[in-house]
Design a protein. Structure first.
Length: 92
């Protein structure tokens, strides 16, 4: 399984170290910011939004439009977009 991580944040160095420590270089790819993330979203088999804090996520709506299975963390507005067990899963 391959995980493509799109975006940038303060945890990048920690993630790089964890990937290396656990020998996951062939499974996790930190792609950074992408001007056009849609080709990745279109081709993915599952969309995961692992946010701690999130407003209304446009990416979650895009994943719904594309009919992707969705897993989100239980951020403040998650229940505004996902009915867990119906159109996605909300994970603690």
């Amino acid at each position: 399984m391959k995980w493509l991580i799109i975006g940038e944040g303060t945890e990048r160095l920690v993630l790089e170290q964890e990937i290396k420590k656990h020998h996951l270089e062939n499974n996790f790819f930190l792609l950074g910011l992408k001007e056009n993330p849609y080709p990745y979203l279109k081709d993915c088999s599952i969309y995961v939004q692992p946010s701690r804090y999130e407003g209304k996520s446009i990416a979650v709506d895009e994943a719904k439009i594309l009919g992707k299975p969705i897993v989100v963390t239980n951020f403040t507005t998650a229940k505004d977009q996902i009915n867990s067990g119906v159109n996605g899963l909300i994970a603690d």
